[in-house]
Design a protein around this ligand. Structure first.
Ligand SMILES: *Cc1c(COP(=O)(O)O)cnc(C)c1O
Length: 391
């Protein structure tokens, strides 16, 4: 049995189960068909209706399952659709232990939707295993992780949390968006459901919204399939095709962007204009050792806090290359300002207690030449510093 590297699998995984092997087409056909003719009166073919299964979506689902080392993959209309569908495995009276610096949309779903169905939660600092263990109740059914987390790249000890979960018969879910299957394969560490916002690195071009989920356990996979078909937030055939194409270049894109992120983190770390840099690839980052034990790369996302004498507004106004926007994981570098973007709804003191100050920026490093990115950040920092000092 030959074991290909992930970079090779990104290119070929979608070909192995290709439904159109007859034609030899190197790309998966886009099956724009909601329904499928049945040849026989009493024996139906593999597809009947595209909510339940579509050949193009199936190739994508088999691809992500292969990449994460799972048995079943599921494609959804967004990352949040994948995450909320996974939570629908729960029932009234159940309880969830969840990371307090979870993605904003996940926070909203757990606090404002699940509670209406009598599914309760406890937020914990997932970097503290004791805190996780203490939050477990007799009705706890899921421990929900996100590592590295947003925006301060906190690292959760995945194996440690899985051990606690198994001791209490709870499932573990993990949002693997920041690492992608290239750098972190949580199923191999004992996690039950891996979730992705495929809107980010997997598709990679800021063009589609998509979500993926992967399971290893057959029974759990069947249950999640039942939810996917019952809730119906599936990914369409055209977007499935586009995502398959995006995945092919994931290795080249993420390896290149991560190399640049490492250089940028080192550059920023040496600047007096910068108070702090958050990046798991820096040995000074809390959790960098744990991260190295469970992931093979530090990724392309970093955050940094400007020093008091650098004006955030002037900095943004003088940046030339990065787009100033929410989202991440694309070919273009994306600069985000958590205080007014991802965490705008959070009260200021709550925000600041999580490190999300008015000087904090998140950078998702793209594929521009690293020298151009460094030069651009450098000149914007200089101007933002001079302006503040002059006033
Ligand atoms: C963007 C994101 C999501 C939500 O995904 P959508 O595709 O926007 O629904 C979930 N988790 C993380 C970590 C994200 O960055």
């Amino acid at each position: 049995m030959i074991h290909d590297q992930l970079e090779t699998k990104f290119i070929h995984a979608s070909r192995s189960g290709n439904v159109e092997q007859k034609t030899g087409a190197v790309n998966v056909p886009i099956y724009l068909s909601s329904t499928f003719h049945q040849e026989s009166f009493d024996e139906f073919g593999p597809f009947d209706y595209s909510r339940s299964g579509n050949p193009t979506r199936q190739v994508l689902e088999e691809t992500i399952a292969a990449l994460e080392g799972g048995t079943r993959g599921f494609a959804f209309s967004s990352g949040i659709a994948a995450i909320s569908s996974a939570f629908m495995l729960l029932s009234a009276g159940d309880h969830v232990v969840i990371s307090r610096d979870v993605y904003g949309g996940t926070y909203r779903f757990v606090t404002e939707v699940l509670t209406r169905y009598k599914i309760e939660h406890t937020f914990v600092d997932m970097t503290e295993l004791d805190e996780v263990a203490c939050a477990i109740q007799p009705n706890t059914k899921v421990i929900y992780m996100e590592t590295p987390s947003n925006p301060c790249l906190n690292i959760t000890d995945i194996r440690g949390v899985v051990k606690i979960a198994k001791a209490h018969q709870c499932l573990t879910f993990l949002d693997n968006t920041f690492m992608s299957p290239l750098y972190q394969n949580p199923l191999n560490l004992g996690v039950d459901i891996v979730l992705h916002s495929a809107t980010k690195f997997l598709s990679g071009h800021s063009d589609i919204i998509a979500g993926l989920a992967v399971t290893k356990d057959e029974q759990l996979g069947e249950k999640l399939y039942f939810i996917q078909n019952s809730f119906g937030s599936i990914l369409g055939a055209q977007d499935s095709y586009q995502l398959i194409q995006g995945i092919k270049t994931l290795g080249a894109r993420l390896n290149q962007s991560s190399q640049s992120a490492q250089k940028l983190a080192a550059f920023l770390n040496a600047q007096s204009f910068i108070k702090q840099v958050y990046y798991p690839g820096l040995s000074s980052h809390p959790g960098s050792e744990i991260h190295k034990r469970q992931a093979t790369g530090a990724g392309a996302v970093l955050s940094f806090e400007l020093a008091e004498d650098v004006d955030p507004k002037t900095f943004v106004e003088n940046i030339r290359l990065p787009v100033f926007a929410v989202s991440l994981g694309a070919v273009e570098t994306i600069l985000s300002y958590p205080a007014t973007m991802s965490h705008a709804a959070m009260p200021k003191n709550e925000r600041e207690s999580r490190g999300i100050t008015d000087g904090l920026f998140r950078l998702s490093v793209g594929l521009e030449h690293i020298d151009d990115l460094i030069a651009d950040l450098d000149q914007a920092l200089q101007i933002a510093y001079r302006e503040k000092i002059a006033n």
